[in-house]
Design a protein around this ligand. Sequence first.
Ligand code: GCB
Length: 745
Amino acid sequence: MHLLSFIFTILPLFAPHTWNAEDAIDDTPGYLRGEQTYEVSFPLQVSPDSSYLICFDGANQEAWVSLNGSPLGYHAGGYTRFYFDATDKVCNGNNLLSVRVSNAYNPDIPPLSADFTFFGGIYRPAYLTILPKHHILPDGITICTSEVSEKSAVVEVRTQTSLPEDAKCRLRYSVVSPAGDTLRLKKSRFTLQQPMLWSPDTPHLYTMVVQLCDRRGRVMDEASTRFGLRYYHFDAQTGFYLNGKPLKLIGTNRHQDESGYGNALEDWQHERDIRLLKEMGGNFLRVSHYPQARRVMDMCDSLGILCSVEIPLVNAITESQDFEENSMRMLDEMIQQNRNHPCVIVWAYMNEILLRPPFKNHPSRDSLYRQHATELAQRLNSRCKALDPERYTMIAFHDNMKLYNGCAMTAVPDIIGMNIYQGWYSGNFSGLETSLEAQHAATPEKVLLISEYGADCDTRIRSAKPVRFDYSIDHALRFHQHYLHVIQSTPYIAGGAVWNLNDFQSEGRAGAISHFNLKGLTTTHREPKATYYYYQSMLHPDAAMRAHAKEQMDSLLRMPVATEYPICVLLGTDRWFTENTTGQIWQSEQAYQKGSHGYIGGHRFSVQTNHGRLPAADADIMNTHNDPIFQTARLGISEYRLDVPDGAYELTLYFAELQQQGEVTMSVYNLGSKVLDTGFEGRKMTICVNGQEICHDWQPEWNTACAKTICIRTHHDEGIRITLNASQGETILNAIKLTKLEEQQ
Ligand code: GCB
């Protein structure tokens, strides 16, 4: 970073912005993936002694930049910084900068597909940097630390400047220690005695200041970078060691978005997230699936969070030269821009790369594709090692390890990252141990780290009988209790990273809150869930904080109590639901018993998938934010009876058709992929309340919330009887609400 002084000016050009903040969470499927143009004009007094750089911290995912009508450059890839030297294009007076940005699918630019929204825009700050004519390049100081121990550390500085290599200039170096002492250095390679080591408990940071001087020793430019000194290694049998001591890596992954902002976050939001992780007691962040804002990495340095950082090769590759070149360039940029951060210990370059192989149904072509993917992994791995021999490398694999062992891809990186969702997408919790043991047996010499694990959880949903895909806090908590225990007690597991720190946007998802992946330990607005407090109660170094976290968790886990009135019931489920706008509690269904209320007859709706049944519809229900009221139902129900005292009532029946006719392809996030014939041929039903017909031969609309309200006066202890009769198919009822009306005196 350039030092703030008379020789350096920054002029903001664009604040973080995305054009998908709203359309990626609305009820209409899809979001704009195409081109938009940004323009800004700015005045300048051009000096011949200055250089003018137009800098972008991130634009997703292709940017064509021009200044005053002439092209400045093009950049592909949405997650790294880039800049263009505009010195010969700026003019005195008004300058017009125009940036065409596209987030359209491009087969040559990763990611091709992934479970997150590909927000378009100049979503990180863009600015004009005015530097001296001869200067140190942005991100131009590289610090290499080797041979670090308690006694000494060898540090080497490399500096890239705007001058030709043979130019007659001098570089001067000085180091400011964490204690604030300045040490002037004669050479770019030097040894520090008794270094103050960096660790999660003592995140000591040094600052390297580099001056670019002319032949007479006059300073032409000055820049600095922070760095830290620590040593570490991974052991395939016993895990991770930092500064000679064992340390289980426990933390989360993180996505860079928030509802209402898309991915155009400000620094305070990045800071808040890393603080949340630290306060939880985490010591590890998998910066996934792409390099993130500078502030994220700075915070990890300052707070002592160890990191892996990766480029966005997710789910699949394209076997083209351009795809490979773009991947390599992303890798170069990631390493160049992040390597001075002492928090970074691992570079990663692929995630679940064989999840969506394009030639699945052509075995010979498929095996060529896998071979190509493995070769690409080898080339990316070699590149990491060539650029930065200090760090470890990792690939995150999905839990079908035979596939990756089979094509020798697991042999490529130093660390095998395993993304495991046993007890969510498949099987049950103990599948975790089975997967780990199998992989440890298959590759005993390899370091294993659980790079992802998590369960979706909507803070509004509770269940006394939790099951996977019910989105309840209760299921998620059990999931995390099991996984954390296994991670902590398995010596050969170097650590684990929860998927995810925060709920994040994934436009194609449908669930309790559609367009979001709900595996966060916090909500999209970063309110901690009970699962967050669980980790804090287990990991925080301070006993009083652990006790406080336990109290917080217990208070969030108190079971809601049904209100006397209104009586609100979800049919076809064990879920309880609390509306967050009104606080209204909806209880789970119960069978009718005299003197109470409940259903008579029928069975629960559930969704048949390729991998078992889901307890609730995987649908984004239109016209409501309270989807869980509509996502379960009782089918074939003949009656709902409420033995209430005589009086005046308002009754609302809630409906949404959950079954589709004909062939349906389910979302892969809800265990689908194949086309299934539902066998459903529609329904027609007639509903009466105490004999009064409220609909005749009617079918609710598919996926659309609908409420039918009537007012009733009951006499002679008749109570309320809702009767449902089908003339075609089965009846359906999703939920009911009964409100007692105030009697007029
Ligand atoms: C994964 C992916 C991640 C998804 C996650 C999920 O394995 O790496 O991108 O978001 O699973 O929740 O399905």
